[in-house]
Design a protein around this ligand. Structure first.
Ligand code: ADP
Length: 189
């Protein structure tokens, strides 16, 4: 299947859920102006490649300083912690730890837990808009075809039940990932 060319960023698709909205865009999560952006972090909160490296580069050293000072034990898989956004437009970064894909039944639950932990933090902190990357589908090896329905269902269910969250935007880095999320969104009940 050929994928139509998409702009580097900008609205691509969306769905209204309750009073909230779920959007899919292709782009760079560090450039988002949502109140929070989500990082695909590791258990040591130590920084890394992929989206994690990009967020720390764009946000500056304050984010890592806060992580070291506040969460020296790191963060278990399936959980999330919050820091300020440093130099980012976003006020908060939610550092979520998705599973390293092992091909076992527990993978799906841990992936859903990572999104759920971010959503709970949004409610706790009064965050009304958040941008999510495709957690675990880079270095952590989770197949996008398996991860996208879990990610979208978890966020969609939360939006339907929590009018306090107005916007959840998935920011997908490449056209192929966006296309898989698009198909999963179309199939969402
Ligand atoms: P993980 O270790 O959880 O797999 P990665 O950062 O390796 O996390 O990859 C997660 C997803 O984030 C991948 O689809 C990757 O292409 C994407 N990604 C990388 N950089 C960015 C960015 N700046 N903005 C949005 N998504 C990004």
């Amino acid at each position: 299947m050929s994928v139509p060319a998409k702009p580097a960023s900008g609205p691509s698709a969306g769905k209204s859920l309750g009073t909230g909205r779920l959007e899919l865009v292709q782009g760079d999560i560090t450039q988002q102006d949502t109140e929070a952006i989500v990082n695909a972090a590791n258990r040591h909160l130590a920084g890394g490649g992929g989206v994690d490296g990009a967020i720390h580069r764009a946000g500056g050293p304050a984010i890592m300083q806060e992580l070291r000072a506040t969460y020296p034990q790191g963060c278990p898989t399936g959980s999330a912690v919050v820091t300020g956004g440093g130099r980012l437009k976003a006020k908060y970064v939610l550092h979520a730890v998705g599973p390293v894909y092992r091909g076992v039944p527990e993978d799906a639950g841990l992936l859903a837990d990572a999104y759920q932990a971010c959503l709970a933090l949004c409610t706790q902190l009064g965050i009304r808009s958040a941008a999510f990357p495709s957690i675990s589908t880079g270095v952590y090896g989770y197949p996008v075809e398996g991860a996208a329905p879990i990610a979208l269902r978890t966020v969609a269910d939360y939006l339907r039940a929590h009018p306090d969250l107005a916007l959840a935007r998935f920011v997908l880095f490449d056209a192929k990932t966006l296309a898989v999320y698009q198909r999963a969104l179309d199939a969402l009940p």
